[in-house]
Design a protein around this ligand. Structure first.
Ligand code: 6GU
Length: 242
């Protein structure tokens, strides 16, 4: 999987993605990171890539030329027109299903805006998806693109150490993950739930499933609408309101 990022701050993306698990995935060749500095395509000797908004108003707008030319450099490199994600708080809110969808692509281009945004004409020409990472406003698209690269990378086979964990985690069946414990068995008077020390694996699995359900009902009741529940789960839930 090849990630291409069009940005005015390539170091920020390189430093972030080349760290920890995604960094190891780059090292192993499971994913690649290609940052393109939009300023390299400024087309003037001052490296200027933004200008005042037509019609007036605060701030600066990124000009279409440099963005278009940096996009073209990627199309020439890979030989086809890839999916281009524009990071914007006006986009569709990113979630796990979208990560799974994007993980099927061979190449993805992330377009990071700054200032008051990017000239609408070039967005209309190259962008295939408008994506937001939540309902708050950030200063640019760099952090959102790193968030998306992280979420998509961990779905690429071989990126996580154990194949099982990408599946069994939070948001499987739309339920939150159960609580985890490790040594010591007692910490400041607090004991690990005894079922986890019993060696009874079916019982442990059942307890964890119930904890997932309880936790989701408590912390994210909105997720329960879409939760995939078994007959046993439903029985357990009925025992709760007594
Ligand atoms: Cl994708 N961009 C910006 N600038 N702010 C955001 C965002 C994206 N998602 C949430 N806030």
């Amino acid at each position: 999987m090849n990630f291409h990022v069009l940005t005015l701050f390539p170091d920020m993306i390189q430093d972030g993605v080349n760290t920890s698990i995604t960094g190891r995935a780059v090292g192993k060749g499971l994913i690649s990171l290609n940052t393109v500095n939009i300023r390299d395509y400024a087309g003037n000797k001052y490296g200027q890539v933004d200008d005042y908004p037509y019609g007036g108003g605060a701030g600066m707008v990124m000009q279409p030329g440099p963005v278009y030319r940096s996009y073209e450099s990627i199309v020439e490199k890979i030989g086809y027109k890839p999916r281009v994600i524009y990071l914007t708080p006006q986009g569709k809110v990113f979630n796990q299903s979208m990560a799974e969808e994007f993980a099927k692509e061979e190449d993805i281009v992330f377009l990071c805006g700054h200032y008051e945004g990017i000239d609408e004409r070039v967005l209309n020409m190259i962008v295939t998806d408008h994506v937001s990472i939540g309902d708050y406003v950030l200063t640019g698209g760099e952090l959102p693109s790193m968030v998306m690269i992280d979420a998509i990378s961990r779905l690429v086979p071989g990126v996580l150490n154990n194949n099982v964990s990408a599946e069994f985690e939070t948001f499987n069946d739309n339920l939150l993950e159960y609580p985890q414990y490790t040594r010591p068995e007692e910490f400041m008077g607090e004991k690990v739930p005894s079922i986890l020390l019993s060696g009874n694996h079916p019982k442990v699995d059942q307890w964890r499933r119930e904890q997932s359900i309880l936790r989701t009902m408590e912390r994210r009741p909105d997720l329960m609408e879409e939760a995939v529940l078994t007959k046993e789960d439903m029985k357990f839930i009925k025992t709760l309101d007594k």
